[in-house]
Design a protein around this ligand. Structure first.
Ligand SMILES: NC(=O)c1ccc[n+]([C@@H]2O[C@H](COP(=O)([O-])OP(=O)(O)OC[C@H]3O[C@@H](n4cnc5c(N)ncnc54)[C@H](O)[C@@H]3O)[C@@H](O)[C@H]2O)c1
Length: 303
């Protein structure tokens, strides 16, 4: 079962599982996900907070639950923390309870590195979490619940603390969608905005690499919280310059102050992912950006 499987990362996870020969059911309320992202895959359109979830679990009886459905907008989590908590905490608890009562073998959770550590460089899983937005508070809370239910109910879990994920099918919204936003600006010949005057440091990881981490977590990493990123630091200014070079656009960005809820920098250490999952990213930023620009219909220069 892939919750949020009609969305950006979830649709890549669901399709990869299907290609590997697994029977896949996507659970998504289509608040942001799209049916056309997963044309060949069974879909239940339902809110993860709904009681109906329990009947769906009884019927499908998933061995593995990949939980990616979430309210992902950091700014909305500041404006409406109760909505964020209802979806991201209570929705997750609903799924955990259903997983336990139907004997799921493992719960794999899409957590966040960028929103849990706060402004920390090279954060390891042992760095003290200091979320600076309610979205991060909710994701961290879910990790604690998962640890509890592993301990007391024997539900194995792996929580993947993802860096900034980018790639095809990402929607151009929110801070996480900056690559999609830049791609569309290039396509439509519109000047992009560089918040934080182009100096915000992030770790950008390509979606296909992230999918491999989810799949490896089926067999490895029980009870573990693991960073998934590249370990590299890139400013939004550098990201724009690289996309500019790849596309050949002449557009000049507009420099602006950073928005509320955004941190100045973070980067992740990925040593644990290498050790525990045997995982490391295969795509360079340039390769990933090239594939993403092409998906958005922007021709890239042959390198
Ligand atoms: N994109 C990133 O850079 C990034 C970074 C860190 C963590 N994550 C996490 O990865 C997961 C996937 O993120 P994404 O970027 O693919 O976002 P996305 O918005 O494309 O996917 C989320 C999906 O969840 C669905 N959804 C939302 N609320 C729901 C609800 N109440 N019930 C059922 N479905 C619901 C949406 O329709 C959407 O399809 C999220 O849990 C997010 O917090 C993403």
């Amino acid at each position: 079962m892939v919750t949020g499987g009609a969305g950006f990362i979830g649709s890549h996870v669901a399709r990869a599982l299907k290609e590997e020969g697994h029977e896949v059911l996507v659970v998504d309320d289509l608040s942001f996900g799209k049916r056309e992202n997963i044309p060949e895959i069974d879909l239940e359109v339902v809110d993860i907070r709904d009681e109906k979830i329990h009947g769906i679990f009884r019927d499908f009886s998933p061995h593995y639950v990949f939980h990616l459905a979430a309210q992902i907008d950091v700014r909305r989590s500041l404006r409406e923390p109760e909505v964020d908590a209802a979806i991201n905490i209570l929705g997750t608890l609903n799924l955990i309870k259903a997983s336990i009562s139907t004997g799921a073998e493992k719960f794999i959770f899409a957590s966040t590195g960028g929103a849990i550590y706060g402004a920390v460089e090279n954060a390891t899983e042992k760095s003290p979490p200091r979320p600076e937005c309610p979205y991060g508070v909710a994701k961290l809370t879910c990790e604690h619940y998962l640890r509890n239910f592993y301990l007391w109910e024997g539900l194995p879990f792996t929580a993947l603390r993802l860096a900034n994920v980018y790639g095809p099918r990402q929607e151009p919204r929110g801070e996480a969608g900056v690559v999609a936003i830049f791609s569309l600006h290039i396509k439509e010949n519109k000047r992009p905005k560089l918040f934080g005057y182009g100096k915000l440091i992030r770790d950008y990881v390509y979606v296909e690499d992230v999918v491999r981490a989810f799949i490896l977590s089926m067999e490895k990493g029980d009870g573990e919280i693991i960073n998934i990123g590249t370990g590299k630091k890139t400013t939004n200014g550098e990201l724009w310059e690289l996309m500019k070079k790849l596309s050949g656009t002449q557009l000049e960005p507009i420099l602006e102050e950073k928005k509320k809820g955004e941190i100045d920098f973070y980067s992740l250490s990925i040593e644990k992912a290498k050790r525990v999952l045997g995982w490391e990213p295969q795509y360079s930023l340039e390769e990933g950006l090239k594939k993403t620009l092409e998906y958005f219909g922007v021709c890239t220069r042959v390198q």
